[in-house]
Design a protein around this ligand. Structure first.
Ligand SMILES: [Zn+2]
Length: 308
């Protein structure tokens, strides 16, 4: 094999390699194009299948179909849905800076020995108000005048019960009857329908709270005056009164609702001591509606201003 022959052979081999490389490249390009086409085909297939499953798009409705027969009247008041929670705007507190408020409440009256009016006059002497939760069937010819005067002094008279039966809440009809009769007697004596209710013993379920047409008023300070009412000796009387005073002074803070009973002399004596001390500490004495303000609503319960 001479030099020329070897060169020709090498050139042929080179040309053959070049052709192979070109062929491989063409094959790769074709494979790439085929892959792209395949992906497109798959996507198109999915879209078409999807459209087929959904069915044809609905025709665009004639816009006049949506026009109500009667034009919307913006001045008409929309009726709120019954499930909607009542909305209210809390008014800014009118309480001046540094003034603390406490709402004394008096249960189980009207008293048979004149304490109703004594409590009311004591509060009035401080320019204050309080809230009574009375038992309807205790109103008699002797005490109705005092109850009327208490209301005239600005005291709030609310419903406790007609009979103070701790179990009446188990019977909705009996509850409705007790509420109505007590409201009637309060209206008869004071000329004003009561707007507040305190269940005897605070014995009321959350479901009942939502169903009743009065705000349910509980308390945040229990004076336990009902535990400290009996006096065998003068010393015992003094101790009992002091315990009630201590319960008030230790637990009362700005916004408290204090539970007392207006039918015990010890309660009155303790109240006179406590109210004097509280006034010196900057407290004013307000009724429950004054304390809670616009947020006082039926279907809710209140134990104080801070846990309303
Ligand atoms: Zn009671």
């Amino acid at each position: 094999m001479d030099e020329q022959e070897r060169r020709r052979r090498a050139e042929r081999l080179k040309a053959a390699r070049k052709r192979r490389r070109r062929k491989v490249m063409v094959n790769r390009v074709l494979a790439g194009l085929f892959l792209v086409a395949l992906i497109f085909a798959i996507i198109a297939g999915i879209v078409l299948l999807n459209d087929y499953i959904k069915g044809p798009e609905p025709a665009t409705p004639d816009p006049t179909w949506n026009t109500p027969a009667v034009a919307y009247n913006p001045t008409s008041t929309p009726t709120p849905s019954p499930t909607e929670a009542p909305t209210f705007t809390p008014t800014p507190s009118p309480v001046p800076e540094g003034v603390k408020r406490v709402a004394f409440t008096f249960d189980d009256g009207p008293d048979y020995n004149g304490l109703t009016l004594k409590f009311a006059e004591k509060l009035a002497s401080y320019g204050g108000k309080g809230t009574w939760f009375i038992i309807g069937n205790r109103v008699n010819d002797e005490n109705r005048g005092d109850l009327k005067k208490a209301a005239e002094l600005g005291m709030e008279i609310g419903i406790h019960a007609w009979t103070h039966d701790y179990y009446f809440d188990r019977n909705p009809d009996l509850l409705a009857d007790e509420l109505q009769k007590t409201s009637d007697i309060i209206y008869e004596v004071t000329g004003k329908r009561p707007t507040l209710f305190r269940p005897p013993g605070g014995n009321f379920t959350d479901k009942q709270v939502t169903e009743i047409s009065y705000p349910v008023i509980l308390w945040s300070v229990d004076t336990e005056d009902w535990k400290n009412k009996g006096n065998k000796t003068e010393e015992e009387r003094s101790d009992n009164v002091q315990r009630i005073v201590d319960n008030i002074m230790r637990n009362t803070r700005d916004g408290s609702i204090v539970l007392m009973h207006e039918i015990y002399n010890n309660s009155y004596d303790a109240f006179c001591i406590a109210i004097d001390q509280l006034a010196k500490e900057g407290y004013i004495f307000v009724s429950v509606p004054e304390l809670i303000g616009d947020e006082l609503l039926p279907g809710h319960k209140y134990t104080s201003w801070y846990y309303r």
